[in-house]
Design a protein around this ligand. Structure first.
Ligand SMILES: Nc1ncnc2c1ncn2[C@@H]1O[C@H](COP(=O)(O)OP(=O)(O)O)[C@@H](O)[C@H]1O
Ligand SMILES: [Mg+2]
Length: 362
């Protein structure tokens, strides 16, 4: 819808509901006066629905505890069923007053960006609800929750190596798509890539979530200088942290950290360890290209028969390049996708597994 028409439509909707609560209605980024993210108006084909508070309550049986599936920095996440019968995840914004402005901003960026993206490795935004001060985001429901829970969290069955490679490859494809700029005509940096933001479908297809911190990077601008460094400890690109310069390679660093979590089964930041062993990258970086020592850091809970040392060595080498301190020395996400494909097939071939299992790659 052209810009003028959108504002006219929104005005009409506003005047209709004037004596009711004034809802927040999705507008292209250009209308919000928050930074310069207004370079495009391309929208994804299937629209994002606007829900009422009543629909959110009905879907979750008034946010019953038994429907709670998780809790994050933005608020609680509930499993819900829409009137259409579709099963969804509903994220309810619950923030202390001093964080509300920041939350509102992330909410709008999430809706604006995710409603225009469509890729099998990005979580789908089905809709949102903005009623008075209440904010909800409605996503496709991901049956297997987040990746971290499968590595070192609540999940009992541990993932084998081909499944971990499939997840790494899916997440890499999602990031490569964001970085390519093919969706919106402008590359996007995710800025909060981490194992809890990789969600897994019933079939263990990986989908990236949480775009609230995402930033669009105009082609002619390879980096964006910020005064406020945003993201999550354990995944911070050291160059971005020390200089405030954000590039697509900041996501590559975070991707490297997730590769290491998949390999070792350890957390990116483990506050239960001593001060020198808390950070996963610092713990293992020096041994990633040493085959003998490498064996010691492989997740002991991963089935030994599921991997070959050859494929582990290739994978560790890729991870070591992703977490290089110098951002320009890291590979691109497209290169990561290609290498992970080779690693997957190297492992499958050496284990004598044919095409029937490689279909698990998705
Ligand atoms: N679409 C979804 N489907 C299923 N579970 C989800 C979905 N979105 C989020 N969750 C669950 O809720 C948890 C909290 O999500 P979130 O608020 O994004 O916080 P965080 O990313 O810090 O974990 C996730 O870790 C995940 O387990
Ligand atoms: Mg999340």
């Amino acid at each position: 819808m052209p810009f003028g028409l959108v504002s006219a439509w929104n005005k009409r909707r506003r005047s209709k509901s004037q004596d009711h609560i004034d809802p927040w209605i999705y507008k292209p980024a250009g209308c919000w006066q928050i930074e310069d993210q207004s370079h495009f108006v391309k929208r994804r084909n299937h629209g994002t629905s606007v829900f009422t508070l009543k629909e959110m309550e009905e879907a979750t049986s008034s946010f019953k505890d038994e429907n709670l599936v998780g809790k994050g920095g933005f608020g609680k996440v509930y499993k819900g069923t829409l009137r259409s019968g579709e099963v969804v995840a509903i994220k309810k914004m619950e923030l202390p007053p001093f964080k509300v402005a920041e939350g509102e901003r992330e909410f709008r960026v999430e809706v604006d960006i995710l409603s225009r993206l469509d890729h099998p490795n990005l979580v789908s935004l089905i809709g949102y609800c903005a009623d008075g001060k209440q904010r909800f985001l409605v996503y496709e429901f991901m049956l297997n929750g987040n990746l971290q829970d499968h590595l070192n969290g609540i999940s009992v069955a541990k993932m084998d190596w081909p499944l971990r490679l499939k997840v790494a490859l899916g997440a890499a494809r999602g990031l490569a798509y964001l970085h390519s700029g093919s969706a919106l005509g402008i590359p996007i940096v995710h800025r909060d890539f981490k194992s809890t933001n990789i969600l897994l479908s019933a079939n263990f297809d990986a989908k990236i979530s949480d775009f609230g911190l995402a930033k669009m990077m105009p082609e002619d601008q390879e980096m964006y200088v910020t005064t406020k460094v945003l993201g999550t400890f354990g995944y911070f690109d050291p160059e971005y942290t020390s200089t405030g310069k954000l590039t697509l390679h900041s996501d590559v660093y975070a991707f490297g950290v997730v590769l290491l979590e998949l390999l070792t089964g350890r957390r990116a930041l483990d506050l239960n360890q001593g001060p020198n062993d808390q950070n996963l990258v610092l713990q293992v970086r020096h041994i990633l290209n040493d085959r003998k020592k490498l064996r010691k850091v492989i997740d002991p809970e991963m089935s030994r028969s599921s991997y070959t040392i050859e494929s582990i060595a290739m994978y560790a080498n890729l991870a070591s390049r992703c977490v290089r301190a110098e951002s320009s020395e890291r590979p691109s996400m497209t290169e990561c996708v290609k290498e992970l494909q080779v690693i997957f097939y190297t492992n499958a071939k050496a284990r004598g597994i044919g095409m029937h299992t490689s279909s698990r790659m998705g």
